[in-house]
Design a protein around this ligand. Structure first.
Ligand code: PBG
Ligand code: ZN
Length: 340
């Protein structure tokens, strides 16, 4: 009996020794299920209709709004360093381009469609994602078409948004990503892609779990897409709504989404884990949004932590939660950092 007691206590001691598994930097990296690689990264681009402009966005450090003529020189070095994918956001600046229906979203001479063509031609290996929404193009700044009382008309919005998605796909986008959060848009887009004969080679990435809140402010500065009245709480999810997010994820998988996205990322790691569980057969994307990026920059500037260390720490947490694709404003830095 005394021998048994001894062996229990020894095995207890042995089981408590964890340091050996991560004493070496390489062994530490083996503790993660997923390693950050360049091919996981998608870089957001704001493309304006002022072809020659390159304007820094004050609330979004190191990021610019660019016209078509600035795109290639900017991207060339990044592609050389291993940039694999971008997500495009159109920013109409010209007066008179916005209306109640967001008519200019799929203008063949608008910034998005022209840049899809240009990028496909100049960077044949770059994977082009297009954000699909109306808020950049509507006079009221909401993500859909409104009724007279200001409420969202879901059916008209879905009809319009699915047309815009197909226009981007026709122009050559590899992936369309509706961010509007109208009900039923994934199914509507999938059906129109089938009808257009594009369903076999255009990926449909759903912003399925997109939460409302105050983390999109710098983006709205960049894109000029802040709503002129009200807010987005009727269509974006309430921050506490984990169950709603799970329902939206399951719904969008059933409607034909090829990739599920969670957004924001850092404050919603539980939702990323849920998406991974519910969508274990799909790639899961996470968007580290403008407000998260701006906070990290502000804190680094205030001396709270080192920028690079936090960029890695926040990204590794997103991977740990279950994401396999990360949309991030840190992509240009990561292309350098991942080499060294
Ligand atoms: C457009 C859209 C937004 C973002 C992505 N697509 C803004 C919003 O919904 O208000 C936010 C991205 C970011 O903050 O970086 N619907
Ligand atoms: Zn929108």
């Amino acid at each position: 009996a005394s021998t048994a007691a001894t062996s229990v206590s020894i095995s207890g001691d042995i089981g408590s020794q964890l340091h050996a598994g991560y004493s070496h930097p390489l062994a530490r990296s083996w503790q993660a299920e997923r390693q950050l690689t360049k091919s996981m990264l998608i870089y957001p681009l704001f493309i304006s209709d002022q072809d020659d402009e390159e304007v820094p966005i004050p609330s979004l450090p190191n990021q610019c709004r660019r016209g078509l003529n600035r795109l290639i020189p900017f991207l060339e070095p990044l592609v050389r360093k291993g940039l694999r994918s971008v997500i495009l956001f159109g920013v109409p600046m010209q007066p008179g381009t916005k209306d109640a229906l967001g008519s200019s979203a799929d203008d063949p001479n608008g910034p998005v469609i022209r840049s899809i063509r240009l990028l496909r031609q100049r960077f044949p290996h770059l994977y082009i994602v297009c954000d699909v929404c109306l808020c950049e193009y509507t006079s009221h700044g909401h993500c859909g078409i409104l009724r007279e009382d200001g409420s969202l008309n879901n059916q008209l919005s879905v009809d319009r948004i699915s047309d815009v998605a197909v226009a981007y796909a026709r122009a050559g986008a590899h992936c369309v990503a509706p961010s509007d959060m109208n009900d039923g848009r994934i199914r509507a887009i999938k059906l129109k892609l089938i009808e257009a004969g594009l369903v076999h080679n255009v990926t449909l990435m759903s912003y399925a779990a997109k939460f409302s809140g105050c983390l999109y402010g710098p983006f709205r500065d960049a894109a000029g897409s802040a709503p002129s009245f009200g807010d987005r709480r009727c269509y974006q999810l309430p921050p506490g709504g984990r169950g709603l997010a799970r329902r939206a994820i399951v719904r969008d998988i059933n409607e034909g989404a090829d990739i599920i996205m969670v957004k924001p990322a850092g404050q919603y790691l539980d939702i990323i884990a849920d998406a991974k569980e519910l969508g274990r057969d799909l790639p899961i994307a996470a968007y580290q949004v403008s407000g998260e990026f701006a906070m990290i920059h502000a804190a680094a500037k205030a001396g709270v932590f080192d920028l690079k260390s936090m960029a890695f720490e926040s990204t590794e947490s997103i991977l740990r939660a279950g994401a396999t694709i990360i949309i991030s404003y840190f992509v240009p830095e990561f292309l350098d950092w991942l080499d060294s």
